[in-house]
Design a protein. Sequence first.
Length: 238
Amino acid sequence: MTDRFPGLHDERQWVLNQAAADFYLLQNRLYPRRAALEWVGNRYRLTVRERELLNRGVFGQAEALARKAKRRCASALGGQCLVVDGHNVQITVESAVLGRPLLKANDGAVRDVAGQSARYRLSETSEVALDMIFQFLGIFRPGRVDFLFDAPMSHSGMLASACRRRLKSLGLDGDARAVPVPEREMTRAECIVAGSDRAVLDACSRWHDLAHEVIDLSCPCNMFVDFSDLILAQSRRS
């Protein structure tokens, strides 16, 4: 088995691998998600963190494939309207810069697993991450880019202001705002959504994993908890 779970001992690697496969199987058999996660977690004596990895990274085949079918690559962004889930993308890229493990889910999304949202603060790393994000946008140049930040979170207005300055510097059409509930404004049918939040991916018509693409371009890393192979081949067990 490949080392899919950085930072875990070999024994826990094996346990989490088996638990993920069982959780995937139960999802394919349409068991209630919460009950299936509890059963698998208790059977393999998973920690709270390990259960959260499964919850954020493993989905039944139909759900995973439906999301993957709506995913758009970087080359599809040119001239398109892009709506960015600001904190989602920003925090994920910052985690990569800091060398924190990220999660590759089997629905095609890369997600942050450090749980920093409630404690998020602007730092020098924030500036580095913003530079990386806008370097990517400068290369692939969407027709319009709108950043939406979660207003209740600290420094959301400052992040929005920093994005507006960078958009102007690059000559990109767009805006950046702090709004009470960003998710309500992210699913306009004509726009591609940039983010990895599960509810947003299900509600939108097209999405782009901006954080993942930015990381691959600017600071490729292998610090992934990787569930991406739990699809198709594993479904034969169902």
